[in-house]
Design a protein around this ligand. Sequence first.
Ligand code: HPA
Length: 266
Amino acid sequence: MTEVLDDPYHAAGAAAERLRALTGNHDVALVMGSGWVPAADVLGEATHEFPVTELPGFPPPVVAGHAGRIRSVRVGDTRALVFLGRNHLYEGKGVAPVVHGVRTAVAAGCKVVVLTNAAGGLRETYRLGQPVLISDHINLTSDTPLVGANFVDLTDLYSPRLRALCREVDPTLEEGVYVGLRGPQYETPAEIRMLRVLGGDLVGMSTVLEAIAAREAGAEVLGISLVTNLAAGLTGEPLNHEEVLAAGRAAAERMGRLLRDVLARL
Ligand code: HPA
């Protein structure tokens, strides 16, 4: 953990070395967000699975339902490294642990990083349990994984090629702009009205920092949100973390098949 804070790139290299020794090489990394973990079971039989804490630099998870495990799965010819759970900025440990998994995966050879999340829908037309391809993001975390004069280009951060591949698998998929906030509180209705004016379609507490770190490391990024609720103030109902997780579980089968079919085409 201290290592990650001192030199995050070196820490990712060390974790990648250990990962390769444990599991061999991978082509793609998938980060499974809240509610997405059951979708991982649809991908196929795991060849390896262990707690992320077996690798150097990963702090233990703090929120129930966010258990951190790593699974190695073969999908057709694609070797997938699946992170079951992630670290969030709201856990208060800073940015380095949030992006350590992505940096480790790319350092271990993954050329594609798939980031999934649960999100609040900012459009009334979204249905609960609907997957939405992330077309772009607005980073409102007030943070970045980059340090120094590191002017990484984020044009087309969310790969048009991978989005097109997803739409080949499921032509009904919509796209949206994901707004990443720090959390952990859900937004106020006034904040949601503001995010809609800013051009957001989805809101959540993850993904944006990992996407930036993946781009910096040279990977191609695919982002998919699962709409688990309509954002605060859009329905008149209060938001509830359990309901967010339950919506994810209900959609798991469809999400898993989508990911499996996309991986098989990479
Ligand atoms: N807001 C922020 N994060 C979320 C939401 C939301 O409405 N739903 C799932 N994650």
